[in-house]
Write a protein that binds this ligand. Sequence first.
Ligand SMILES: [Zn+2]
Length: 291
Amino acid sequence: MLSFSDRIADGRVLLADGATGTNYQDMGMQPGVAPEEWVLDAPERVIDLHRRFVQAGAELVLTCTFGGSPIRLTDGPLAGRASELNRRGAELAREAVGGDVLVAGSIGPTGQLAEPLGPLGHDDALVAFSEQARALAEGGVDLLVLETFFALDEALWAVEAVRSATDLPLVASFSFDQGTRTMMGLSPTQVIAATEPLGLAAVGANCGRSLEDMSAVLAEYSATGSRTPLWIKPNAGVPQVTAAGVVYPESPESFGATVAGFAGAGAGILGGCCGSTPAHIAALRAALTVR
Ligand SMILES: [Zn+2]
């Protein structure tokens, strides 16, 4: 099969998968349970969601290891089991999708702010991120993705750590949940300035807020003139709390039509984040096909 880099270089948009957590909730995951727990407790459901995304047209799936940092796991039921969890998460994704779909190892933030705002120091971050990256690589992923990052220092430490553990392609994606800024005030322009010398396989944005905001984030990324491929996985709109629970406003059709338009605005990899179901990815696939 093609590598991630070959596939990106061919110029066609690469379709990634949608959400993990919100789909698990639809599949019966109880409140208070972290999605990562299903890797060990409900592997058949992890495999099922990966397969439904591939049936919808996804050419890349992310492992269910977003919260698998050893630091983030410290106070929960998976404390001390980060290597096992990440390796198993990678193996399940590969088992689910076979050899013709790319498996991306998902790495989320540690959940701690970096010094001096919080307790996270460079050395602890390096140990944690490298353990997670090494286990994902051992489990057979094709690339690694830093997802939903919001602080530049933590992201740069994660890049350093991943690079110390593996030569696999690395993507860095940030959550701009303050419009076109992250929680820490970071802008797409600043992300490009800081990461361009690092030779990442792609940079981009996931989660965040509305599709309109994501469009503005993409425009700012594109305006930098960077040649680094852009990875864009928006939520299915801003979640609304209703009597029936949390609802994401973008239908598969509206999501597919809008997000497919991001291809013309410079995105190289498209998918979905919170609230995006296999139906959203199928609609995106269809909308990309008619473009
Ligand atoms: Zn999200």
